[in-house]
Design a binder for this molecule. Structure first.
Ligand SMILES: NC(=O)c1ccc[n+]([C@@H]2O[C@H](COP(=O)([O-])OP(=O)(O)OC[C@H]3O[C@@H](n4cnc5c(N)ncnc54)[C@H](O)[C@@H]3O)[C@@H](O)[C@H]2O)c1
Length: 317
């Protein structure tokens, strides 16, 4: 298959590159803007570099999108502005990438490659604070920050291009992914930040009592799910949650990280004002709708995922 991975230097993208390379016969084109505001580099692609074609380029560049979407069987769009706090301090940047960027891609696919399968990793945070005990795709969307609002808007674009222009689009909502090749900075996913702090033997800050529960998923499971979607064309045109059945308080996740890494120290700190305002509280999501269609279910439990992450970090760094 000819596969295009946009945002392929990022956390999800670079793991997905590895998953796609497991299949002989896959040709991979990876595009990433390597935007310094998002602390992106090609470091995580170093080991797979000889096996991929890479273009430093932007999702918002219509002429580039025209060129790269052609002759592709599958397009994964992992290119995004992914920081919740940055989306609040620079909302226009978030709109440019997460709204205009997705529209630029969809227009290119509409004009130059209508047959491609286009898969969009969305976010569970589109729902905001959950009003029900178990959340599924029928839950109302009340996003609490600009990033989550724009992820929700982009999902609608993908759906509209499916309904109106017959594109094969699919949105998969993930929640709190963790694992190797993640960004160890506080403004991105919190589990990868905790892992980086433990790896460096530093303090791991927990907001409040840490009892807020989260669905989490190991990244190799997420990459496998995205890849499996290719073989299930009946799910295109829809939106699905993709979560592991595990659901942990933040404090327990931090404790498990300290236990696996044998380093790091948990420190409870006061909630920063902005974090409190966008906090989603306890959310328990069901992935049942997707797993009715796809035979693969996320298999790595937290400890196993952390152990795999540690092993890869120790080999790569
Ligand atoms: N990591 C998670 O826990 C998680 C959870 C839910 C959804 N998602 C979604 O998965 C996707 C990938 O997230 P991630 O965690 O890998 O983030 P990431 O920040 O690690 O990767 C995003 C990549 O996109 C690139 N990029 C940004 N703007 C671009 C542009 N205009 N043109 C080309 N490339 C651009 C960045 O340079 C970066 O390498 C995002 O859509 C995100 O919303 C991630």
């Amino acid at each position: 298959m000819n596969i295009l991975i946009l945002g392929g230097a990022g956390f999800v993208g670079s793991n997905l590159v590895r998953r796609c390379l497991k299949e002989p016969g896959n040709n991979l084109l990876v595009v990433d803007s390597l935007d310094p505001r998002l602390k992106s580099t090609t470091a995580h692609l170093k080991r797979v570099w000889p096996k991929i074609e890479f273009i430093k380029g932007d999702l918002r560049d219509a002429s580039l999108m025209k060129k790269v979407v052609q002759k592709k069987d599958v397009i994964f769009n992992c290119a995004a502005q992914t920081s919740h706090p940055l989306s609040l301090t620079d909302p226009f940047f978030d709109v440019e990438v997460n709204c205009l960027g997705n529209l630029t891609l969809l227009e290119a696919v509409k004009k130059y490659n209508k047959k491609a399968l286009v898969i969009y990793p969305s976010s569970s945070t589109v729902i905001g604070r959950s009003s029900e005990k178990a959340v599924d795709e029928t839950h109302v969307e009340r996003p609490l920050d600009i990033y989550s609002a724009n992820k929700s808007v982009a999902e609608k674009y993908y759906r509209i291009y499916n309904r109106v222009h017959d594109l094969n689009t699919l949105s998969i909502r993930f929640a709190n992914l963790y694992g190797p090749y993640g960004k160890g900075y506080p403004e991105f996913g919190f589990i990868n930040y905790f892992i980086a702090r433990a790896f460096d033997g530093k303090e791991i800050p927990i907001y409040g009592d840490g009892n807020q529960k989260r669905n989490i998923m190991y990244i190799e499971d997420a990459a496998e799910l995205l890849y499996q979607c290719i073989s299930h064309q009946d799910i295109f045109g829809h939106v699905y949650f993709a979560v592991h059945r595990e659901h942990h308080p933040v404090i327990d996740i931090a404790k498990e990280i300290v236990s696996v890494y044998g380093k790091g120290k948990i420190k409870k700190v006061a909630w920063p004002d902005v974090r409190k305002r966008i906090e989603i509280n306890n959310v328990a999501i069901s992935g049942a709708k997707l797993y009715n269609h796809i035979p693969y279910k996320p298999k790595y439990r937290l400890r196993e995922g952390l152990e795999r992450t540690k092993k890869i970090m120790e080999t790569v760094i």
